[in-house]
Design a protein around this ligand. Sequence first.
Ligand SMILES: Cc1cc2nc3c(=O)[nH]c(=O)nc-3n(C[C@H](O)[C@H](O)[C@H](O)COP(=O)(O)OP(=O)(O)OC[C@H]3O[C@@H](n4cnc5c(N)ncnc54)[C@H](O)[C@@H]3O)c2cc1C
Length: 461
Amino acid sequence: MGNAFAENSNAASRSNTTSQILPVPNATTPYWRTELHAIDEHRSTPDLPSSCDIAIIGAGMSGVATAYHIVQAARDANKQIPSIAILEARQVCSGATGRNGGHSKIKATTAMEQIRSAPIEMLKEVWEHVREQPYALKKVVEAEGLECEFELRRTIDAILREEDAGEKKREFLECLEKGYRWTRDTSMVEEKNAEQITSLHNAKLAFTGLACSFWPYKLVSQLLSRLVSRNHVNLQTNTPVTAVTESPEGLNILHTARGLLKAKKVVFATNAYSAGILPSYEGKIVPTRATATHITPKKPISPHLSHTYNINHAVPSTGPERCDYLNPRPDGSIVVGGAQWTYSKDRSKWYNIWDDSSIIDEARPYFEGYMQRYFKGWEDSGAELDSIWTGIIGTTADGRPHIGEVPGSKGRRYIIAGFNGGGMAIILTSTKGLARMIVEGVSFEEVGLPRLFKTTEERLR
Ligand SMILES: Cc1cc2nc3c(=O)[nH]c(=O)nc-3n(C[C@H](O)[C@H](O)[C@H](O)COP(=O)(O)OP(=O)(O)OC[C@H]3O[C@@H](n4cnc5c(N)ncnc54)[C@H](O)[C@@H]3O)c2cc1C
C-alpha cells in the first residue's frame, strides 16, 4: 500500500514548525498489537468513497464506538442508518487505544485531586458518568460477543509514601462523609494490611475500587469488524486526512493523498493528533509521549495478581506526581506503564511530540526488574521485560476531554478527543451521547453528558 506519511516521518515534533501533527509510520509495536485482526489494514472499497453522510476520522476506541452508537441512535430514533466512512491514518487501533494499560477505572486519588479543580456539582456529573462505564462496556462486549479478555475486577490505588498516606486518608474520610458517589464503590486499606492486600513492598495505604480489564485492540478491532461486515461502515485504513475544508454548498471536504471525500458531518476522533487538522485545538490538545511495557515471569506466579493497579510513588499534591499503572494478564504476564518522571524534566523528549516510532531511552532501565523490586512473591520470578513501546497521549490544557460540536461549525463538525491518560473510563458512554447529538440534532445538554467535557469557545481561547 502507498505510504502517505512521507512528509511526516522525520519531523514528529513542534520543534520543527513546518511539520503537521499526523500519526507517523513504523510505530513501536505494543504487546496489544501482537495478535492482529484481519481487519487491521482493511479497505472496504479499493477507492475512497466520494461522499458519505458521516465521516469519522480515527479508528481508535472513540471513532469505532461513535460509529457503533450512531447506528444504534438511528435505530432508536426510527431513522435510516446514515452512510458512515471511517478514515484511519495507519492501521485499526494503532493509536493510544492500542498502546495503553488496558484498564478502565475511577482512580481514587484522581477523584480527590479533582475536588480542588472544579465545582462539586459538575464533578458529580463526571463521577456518575464514569460509574456507568464498566456496565456499558460489559454490555457491548456481551451483546457483540467480543473476545477480548474482558473482566470486571477490583483495582488498587496504592500509596507508597508515609506523608502521602496521611493526606490521602484524611481526604478520603472527608469525601466519605460528604457521601460522594464514587466512595460507595471504594474501600480504604490502612497501613496495617496494605502490604498484604496489595502485595506491594512498603505500601502505606491503598484504596480498592471497581475496574474493567480488557485487551483494547481486540475489543475495538472486533467491534469494527462487526460494523464493517454489516455494511454499516466503509473503512479506509492507511489514509491520513491532511485537511478538512468546506465546499460552497456547506459540505465538509476531507483531503487525503487518495482523493477527496465529501461528508455532511465529520467526527474528529483523532485524540492527540486533533490539532493537526483542527488548528483551533492547537495548544489545547497537545500530543505527549508515554511509555508502557510487557513483563513476563519465567513461569506464571501463583496466586495470580488479580487486581489492576495504580502505584503512587508520589501524589501530585505533595510534589511532582510519580505514578505507574499495572495490569496483570490472564496468562500471568503483566502490562506496566509509567516512569514519566525518569525523563519529565527534559520536555523535548515528550511534550508536543507525536513520534511513537522510537522509545524514550530513560524509561527502559526503570522497568527492568520492576516486578522483583516492588512485588512480594516476585523476587525469584525471573520476570523479564519482553517489550517496550511508546504511545501518544492527547493532553489537554485543563485536564478535561473535548466532546461535542466544534464551536462555530454549524452542526457539521464534532470532536471527541483529548482524553489525557485515562480515556477508556469515559469514551464509550460519551460516544453514546455524541451519537445522539449527530443523529437527532439535539444539544450537548439534552443528551446529558457531563458539562465539564463540553468543547466550548471559552476553552479554546
Ligand atoms: C501509554 C499509554 C497508557 C495509557 N493507559 C491507559 C489506561 O490504562 N486506561 C485508560 O483508560 N487510558 C489509558 N490511556 C489513554 C487512552 O489510551 C486514551 O485515552 C484512549 O485510547 C483514546 O482513544 P481515542 O480513540 O480517542 O484515541 P486513539 O486511540 O489515539 O485513536 C485516534 C486515532 O486517530 C487516528 N488519526 C489521528 N489523526 C488522523 C488523521 N489526520 N487522519 C486519519 N487518522 C488519524 C490515529 O491514527 C488513531 O488511530 C493511555 C494512553 C497511553 C498512550
